[in-house]
Design a protein around this ligand. Structure first.
Ligand SMILES: *[C@@H]1O[C@H](CO)[C@@H](O)[C@H](O)[C@H]1NC(C)=O
Ligand SMILES: *[C@@H]1O[C@H](CO)[C@@H](O)[C@H](O)[C@H]1NC(C)=O
Length: 408
């Protein structure tokens, strides 16, 4: 009996030891666990709602052990050999987490995606983020991050999408951002970025550039050739938009509410894929459509309201086959409404604002009472515009304001 005991015990002991070893021996690299702990600790516990991802982060189990609804918001690598699991994705829910981004986050060096959007993270973006050089997606939009954008951003060599929109970031956009050659999307809208847009022509893959609602100044730099979406509205940009004529992948352009001057070039209106053009609230003086015949154009929306556009209304607008929404209100157009406009009303034009100009003379008969349903206005011009016609609702200008323009 005794001898049996003593021969058995060591075996049981050995099994128990190895059992405990596997339990305490976590799958996940210890420093990755510590980074997750630091992140959770940096969030105000009162701002972690019961049904949120962070509530499921229970460190009595291993983050990369697949055991039910634990550690929501992370993905791990599962190495085939004996090495440790690493966190590869950290995408939190927008639960309103209120906290700081701890520098420890920089030890998650296998991260390919970091998304903390729609929360209340505050303070500067820690320098340690520069170690995340495998990131392809960085989204911190809709938080309260402050401070500048970092000159080390160029170290995130693999990044394809950066979204830092809706924060309180300020300072200049570093020119080194142009070293991120894989970038397809750069969204920095609704921040307080100032100074000029740096030269980012080298971003040959960039498709979406959104710098809307900042305090950017200066003229447009040469922009990357593959841009599809360009949003620059609500800044203080100056100069001409002529350089856009080379960007023939553009589908949507919004440069509204800036200080741009000069013409709305025929080359811009002729961009082959352009569908949406908003140049409103600027100081453009001329709209060049006359030599371009528009057929094959994809333009649907043209908003050029509140500029200083002069001369006659562009007759050739009728040749833009898909045009539906036209706003040329609050400009200085003179002369008659082209007869050809009548034939486009409702087919396909469904919105036509020409109010607050100096248009004169009679309106085309199609604008009459039986005219198709269309949104728009011809008010505040110098037209003879019978009030029974829906588009004529509202006053025309007083005769004194029309002096000298009614001959057109
Ligand atoms: C284990 O695999 C990972 C990638 O899957 C690799 O980075 C690491 O070097 C490997 N470790 C060993 C000890 O082979
Ligand atoms: C164009 O931009 C102005 C100002 O940003 C905005 O008010 C307007 O709704 C936009 N037009 C269209 C058609 O989206």
């Amino acid at each position: 009996m005794h001898s049996l005991d003593s021969s058995l015990c060591p075996m049981i002991f050995a099994t128990l030891v190895s059992f405990f070893l596997t339990l305490s021996h976590s799958l996940t690299l210890q420093s990755d666990i510590e980074a997750l702990q630091a992140l959770k600790l940096s969030v105000d516990p009162n701002m972690i709602p019961p049904s949120s991802y962070l509530t499921t982060w229970d460190f009595s189990v291993d983050p990369c052990d697949n055991i039910g609804p634990k550690f929501l918001g992370i993905l791990c690598s599962s190495p085939s050999n004996n090495s440790k699991s690493r966190i590869t994705t950290l995408e939190l829910d927008g639960a309103g987490y209120d906290g700081f981004l701890p520098p420890r986050i920089g030890t998650l060096t296998e991260l390919t995606s970091l998304d903390l959007s729609r929360n209340r993270f505050r303070g500067p973006l820690p320098d340690a983020l520069k170690n995340l050089n495998k990131l392809t997606k960085l989204s911190l939009s809709g938080n309260f991050f402050t401070g500048g954008i970092w000159t080390w951003i160029y170290r995130l060599k693999k990044v394809e999408r950066i979204d830092l929109s809706e924060n309180c970031l300020s300072g200049r956009i570093p020119a080194r951002i142009s070293k991120l050659r894989r970038l397809t999307q750069l969204s920095l809208s609704k921040n307080e970025f100032s100074e000029r847009i740096p030269n980012i022509y080298a971003l040959q893959k960039l498709q979406i550039l959104d710098l809307d609602s900042n305090m950017l100044i200066g003229s447009l730099p040469k922009l990357p050739p593959r841009l599809r979406t360009l949003r620059l509205s609500h800044n203080k940009l100056t100069g001409h938009i002529t350089s856009l004529v080379n960007l023939d992948h553009l589908i949507s352009v919004d440069v509204s509410d800036n200080w741009f001057t000069g013409p709305i070039n025929r080359g811009v209106l002729a961009l082959p894929r352009l569908s949406h053009l908003n140049v409103s609230f600027n100081q453009f003086t001329k709209m060049e459509v006359n030599n371009y015949f528009g057929s094959g154009s994809r333009l649907r929306t043209l908003d050029a309201q509140r500029n200083h556009l002069r001369g006659h209304l562009p007759v050739k607008l009728v040749n833009f086959e898909r045009l539906e929404v036209i706003n040329l209100a609050h400009n200085q157009f003179t002369g008659q409404i082209p007869m050809a406009y009548g034939q486009r009303l409702g087919r396909p034009w469904r919105t036509l604002f020409l109010d607050y100009n100096f248009l004169s003379g009679r309106i085309p008969p199609e604008f009459g009472p039986v005219a198709v349903r269309i949104r728009g206005s011809l008010a505040n011009n110098c037209l003879s515009c019978p009030l029974r016609i829906p588009l004529c609702r509202g006053q025309q200008r007083h005769a004194s304001a029309c002096h000298g323009v009614t001959d057109g």
